[in-house]
Design a protein around this ligand. Sequence first.
Ligand SMILES: *Cc1c(COP(=O)(O)O)cnc(C)c1O
Length: 398
Amino acid sequence: MSLSAEHAATLSPESLVVAAGRPPRARDEPVNPPLVLSSTYFGTGPLGDGDRGYGRYSNPTWDPFEEALGQLEGADLPGLLYASGLAAVSSALSLVPANGVLVMPSHSYAGSVTMASEMAAKGFLELRTVDIADTNAVLAAIAPAGGRAASMLWLESPTNPMLGIADMRALADAAHEAGAIVVTDNTFSTPLVQQPLSLGSDVVLHSVTKYLSGHSDVVLGALVTSDADLRAALLHHRTIHGGIAGPFEAWLALRGLRTLALRIERSQASAQTLAERLSGHPRVAGIRFPGLAPDPGHERAKAQMKGFGSVLCIEVAPVDGGTGRLSGAEAADRLVRALHLWLPATSLGGVESLIERRRRHAAEPDSVPENLVRLSVGIENVEDLWSDLKQALDTLDG
Ligand SMILES: *Cc1c(COP(=O)(O)O)cnc(C)c1O
């Protein structure tokens, strides 16, 4: 690749997303890495064994994205791409030894909690779920007096969808003292907003499906670490379990990454504006967004993030009067149906603004309110986003 690690370390993230992962600067080389569609590589027999071997071991189209993501997270090593965020979760959880203790936020991504719960049900590990914003509760779960200490601490901050904020540095230090590995799902923040390795985490996880790709057109995951032994174990797991990325998805992800800084800048600013306006609206009974000063995670987020992300949640007030009665959940469903610009769909982190009532998913825990609506703010004009929300909220007026 043409960008040396030394030069990369001097660049700001806004430049790195554009400059990282380019082919060598040689005459007639393309400025973008090519898409390589091949399941095997020359290199056996008279040619001697090559380094790539077979398409499940490596693909040249993965390399530029893996290198760019490693540099963005401030890691000493390239990242590892996976078929999906959950394939990356599976690989990360393989680092828990047999019968080891896993401490995980109760409001982690639902798929991560489901996977860990199923492993626990089979007796592969012991799962302790905690409110990750409650530092004392997490410390007690990591190293309980007289009990077994954790082998892995899973962090997600902000959590999905409750947007709780963990004290990442304090929790990572306590986990290390107890001998645990710390894995942080950094999907909601991206390395431009939060760098878990610099806050003590050992492994960073991404659903690349979300902000990193940014266009809601691929499903991919990634892990990043500076620890060579951990990376080797993860690479081995990826190769043997086969959760590898398709080359075209990898190519699209790098293309999406080029505009990450601009997209984050716009969507974070719009999320802040929308959160401020929504918090004063009579049809909004509650709001969760760490960028608002009264939010319980505000001070912590300010200390460890660069901005507050662009996902926010509102609780829609029940309606009583005029056109009739609606529970909060019914009012939330009506709000979502009344929108024209916002897309009623799950997922987040794309250029398009998405909205959904989370409890429509059976896997969402009861602790998420029925009337909670998650908004992923995209890059559209903020006034257009606001007027669409406002007209939809106004349809709820009884
Ligand atoms: C979407 C998501 C995942 C899972 O990623 P997939 O790419 O859908 O497999 C994991 N963690 C978080 C925080 C997510 O938002």
